[in-house]
Each structure stands twice: as C-alpha cells, then as structure tokens.
Write a protein of this length. Structure first.
Length: 322
C-alpha cells in the first residue's frame, strides 16, 4: 500500500488506457493518493500514512482497512509521548489518515473511519507557532533591499507580496507576469491556491508599484505568460527567461533580509503570512475578508495566524524591577 509508483503509470501504456481489469486492480489507497491535486500534498500524505503503518506494524492493505479507533488512539499517544511530536504534526498526520479512510468508506473498501472519534491535540497559538514580525520590523524588511538593482527590486516586490498580500511562498513562486492586472479599477493578482484553485485579489497599491518597478528594471513586463519572479545571476537580468524561482528561494530571500536587519533565526517566508493576517485584523479588516485573502476554507485556520492576543511588551516580567 502507498508504494512509490504513480497512478498515471498504472493506468496508461504506450499512450493507451489500460484495460478495465487493470484499472480495477489498482488499490483504492493509490487512487485516493493520486486524487490529491498537489504533489506536495501527495508526498506528505504518503509519508503520514506510512508512519501510521510502520508504527503499528501494519504490512497489508487488508490490515489497514480493519483498524479501529483504538489503533489510532495508540498511534496518537506514541507520537505525543514517545516521539514528542509537535501538536501541529500530530494533527496533520491524523488529518491525512482521516482523509484516506473517508475515501475508503465512501467507496466501500473500509467499514468505518477510525479517526472520527479520536480527539486531536489543540494548538497553542503562541508557543511553537509561526513567528510573526512586529510592524516596525516589517517596515524595516520592506525597505531593506536596494532599489537600483534588478535583484533588489525583485526582492522588494517579493517581500511586499508576502507582507502586504499574504501569499504562501509557493503562491508567490507560481505568479506569472500577467497575473498582475486591473479589476474594477483596482490593481489585482490572480493567485493559484493549493489544489489549483484560482483566486483574484485586490492588492495594496505599494505592492503593485513594487512589482511594476521590478518588471521595468528586469525587462520582462511584456512576457505575460512567463514567470513573474525569476532566478538571477548576481544582479543581471534573468538568465533563463522560462525559469521561475522555487518556494525555497522565496524563503531564502526572506531569511537574507531578516538576518540583514539583525533578526534572530526562527523566521521563514510563512512569518510574512502570519504578519499580514495579524496586521490586517489589527487595523480593522474583517475576518472573512482576511480569510479570503489568505485562501483559507475555514476561518478557524485564519485565526491560528492571529497574534493580536500575544503582547510580549506587556509581559509581567518587565514590571518585576528590584
């Protein structure tokens, strides 16, 4: 179960669909995995289900399909007590297993979803969560890259999209030049979400201005189908017109300038997203509007990024003066 082969290789041969018998022979678990639109999600789900099977000594699909809630409870306890896994990791693994069993039950392959009645650990919104920047730190970050080089202009635009639009690093990397457009008189971005869903978002005028300044220096503003943010060799223009930055490169941009203004380790591109959500809510944006901007299906997910309740400057320790 959950082997490394991909479903398309199983159902195609020499450009022809396999026979119905061959299709019927594909394990339902592999069909579930292949139905996930994101390669990142498929990889994570594969690892999470494999962890469950390995931990409990499950070696065959028939064994997996018959597990009950007691097995899942035992798995959760092992992760929590023996492995000291983070609450977010445990929740993610339980969600992956639950998704698999929902599919198996729906298609008559398993009698029940054993994850349904298992309590998932709560997440502390301050400890162990994504670090956010203060407003002052965010302003320093936005102004850190130089304005007179292609690399600097690109990085200023990337930081602005992260801090003022709140996109995930993969969403930033996936932007095309033509995704910047006008909609009802407002500068907007077309964003490709997880699973391939497309959203159109009105964006901060400063973010739009920085994108245009970068395109002017880089010289690929007319390549509407091409990638917006491109890898550079030094400060030169993109050496591969068709190339695009990967999500890890977006992370490196953020870490570079964070270190440059003296911020300690622990920040990532996701910190820009947490900062955006907190700042927007703090400045009066409605939760549902911030949820849409963040691309969350559930407002409770958006709330997990909200750091308004965490005010270190008011810590009681600062008043313990002897």
């Amino acid at each position: 179960m959950i082997e490394s082969h991909a479903l398309p290789a199983e159902i195609a041969h020499s450009g022809q669909l396999a026979s119905l018998d061959a299709l019927a022979a594909i394990p339902e678990e592999e069909i579930w995995l292949a139905s996930q639109k994101s390669a990142r999600t498929r990889r994570a789900y594969r690892q999470d289900v494999a962890h469950f099977m390995r931990t409990l000594g499950i070696t065959a699909p028939e064994q997996l399909r018959q597990v009950d809630h007691r097995a899942v409870i035992a798995w959760e306890r092992i992760m929590r007590e023996r492995e000291n896994a983070a609450a977010s990791t445990i929740r993610r693994r339980l969600a992956a297993l639950s998704s698999l069993f929902k599919h198996l039950v729906r298609h008559g392959t398993a009698p029940r979803n054993p994850v349904v009645d298992v309590q998932r650990p709560s997440i502390n919104r301050e400890e162990g969560s994504t670090a956010a920047f203060s407003k002052a730190q965010a302003r320093r970050l936005l102004d850190a890259p130089p304005t007179d080089t292609v690399a600097g202009a690109r990085d200023r635009a990337i930081l602005s999209v992260g801090l003022q639009v709140g996109l995930r690093r993969a969403e930033i990397a996936a932007l095309a030049v033509g995704d910047l457009h006008q909609n009802r008189g407002f500068d907007s971005l077309r964003v490709t979400r997880k699973g391939g869903r497309r959203d159109a978002l009105a964006i901060n005028p400063q973010a739009a201005a920085r994108i245009r300044a970068y395109l002017t220096l880089a010289g690929h503003g007319d390549d509407h189908a091409g990638p917006l943010f491109r890898p550079l060799r030094g400060n030169a223009k993109a050496h591969d017109p068709a190339g695009k930055m990967d999500p890890d490169a977006i992370d490196r941009v953020l870490r570079k300038y964070a270190a440059g203004i003296g911020l300690s380790r622990g920040y990532s591109a996701h910190s820009m997203r947490a900062t955006f959500i907190t700042t927007a809510l703090e400045n009066g944006a409605q939760l549902e509007d911030v949820q849409k901007a963040a691309g969350h299906r559930d407002p409770s997910t958006t709330k997990l990024y909200d750091r308004r309740g965490y005010n270190p400057e008011k810590a009681a320790s600062f008043f313990a003066i002897y």
